[in-house]
Ligand binder design. Sequence first.
Ligand SMILES: C[N+](C)(C)CCCC[C@H](N)C(=O)O
Ligand SMILES: O=C(O)CCC(=O)C(=O)O
Length: 465
Amino acid sequence: MASRRAAAMARSLSAGLARRQRFCHHQQLQNPWRDAIRTISTSPAQPAPNPPASDAPVAAAAASSSSKKRTFNVTKADAQPAISKHHKITVDDKKIALPWEEGKTSTFQHIWLRDHCQCSSCMHPQTKQRQLDTFSIPLNIRPSQVEPRDEGLYVEWWGGHESLYPWHWLHRHSYAPRLERYLSVQRKLWGSAEITSDLPTVKYDDVMKSDAGVAEWTSKIEIYGFCFVDGVPVTPEATQAVVERIAHIRHTHYGGFWDFTADLKMKDMAYTNLALPAHTDTTYFTEPCGLQMFHLLEFDGTGGESLLVDGFRAARILRDEKPESFRTLSTVRIPTHASGNEDVSIEPYTPFPVFNHHPVTGELVQIRWNNEDRATMDRWADPEEVEKFYQAIFDWNEVLKRSDGEFWQQLQPGKPLIFDNWRVLHGRGAFTGHRRMCGAYIARDDFHSRLRLTNYGRDEILMGL
Ligand SMILES: C[N+](C)(C)CCCC[C@H](N)C(=O)O
Ligand SMILES: O=C(O)CCC(=O)C(=O)O
């Protein structure tokens, strides 16, 4: 029995790892909880501190919920972190200390643990929203019993509410110390030569018929910053159906799904036959669009090639070669606007710099660069900064224009392109003749939702929330 179970565990874990290999073949996924099979230690139950005097505040909500039939919402993961067999779980008036087999000890404040109870009366089983009234928990709440069990840590609280915290949940959410890194994908930065020989592409049929196809598609967009879809019927309808396999379209003042030609129907230079230098779209929104799809439906003229530049690679080059300019473009906020159409004049609630970094990790997460949509820059903390800013954008432009970073491709009917508008800059050569393009925007968070769910599975994602 045990060997069959171990074999099943190994199979499901290796399947999980295999799936992860496909998703993250360009990165070392730092997820120790997925790479090691752990057993569960059953160290003896620890006597909890004496229950409080009878006049201690008891959480009314907790007391009433103990009468309802509840499930603990516990799904046992294939591999669980194990608590130490040799060190005891300790409980004081403020927190619980959990010694892990790996040698570290996590501490959790009682109020935090009670507030994060996963049972079906505290966490809505369908909506995964907290339905516990946090503010009914006494701030000085303490457990009346703590007991390690196979599935996890069992706690009975003052007032009788019972909680069960799966070991893998506790290990994942350990905050003192943090034990696990968030799921993160190491992106593959590219220059034109290397990407031309290895164009990220997926098949229309794969994308349309299964979420596994969408998993491959979204992971390639995340790793490379763009991806072609091969074999799409040359119609706006089929193109819209493909892009909606990722998420609903983000509507803007250009409409939802767009189908455009050089007719200036919208008062933006995209609706002309002019060349457009490398830029990111919608820099005038507080949140620029996440993905953008282009499908060339008709073209009978000359020119009109599409340009892609890996903005994260270009930013790294600028940082290494001209650190002062990189710093300037990471700090100087650039006003932007979209005011061509009579009925709009769009600006973000505040200007943003070209390079926007994650507030916690510091990593570069978003590039906002469109020199055409840059508004008048008349707010300088120090007017001496003006020359430094122009030097910085000249340096940035010089890097963007380097041929080893420019990937030029004439789009083909039937093979639409989708790209990460927070990372990859795009542009176009001037053209003659009739040229009809269709496509759409998708919001960044909607893209990431689909990326994570199709590549990691709902249980895994929910466990991390
Ligand atoms: C909607 N469609 C993609 C056709 C045109 C978008 C216009 C792009 C605009 N100049 C910007 O940089 O945001
Ligand atoms: O027409 C194209 O190929 C691209 C237009 C463009 O850059 C845009 O719409 O932002």
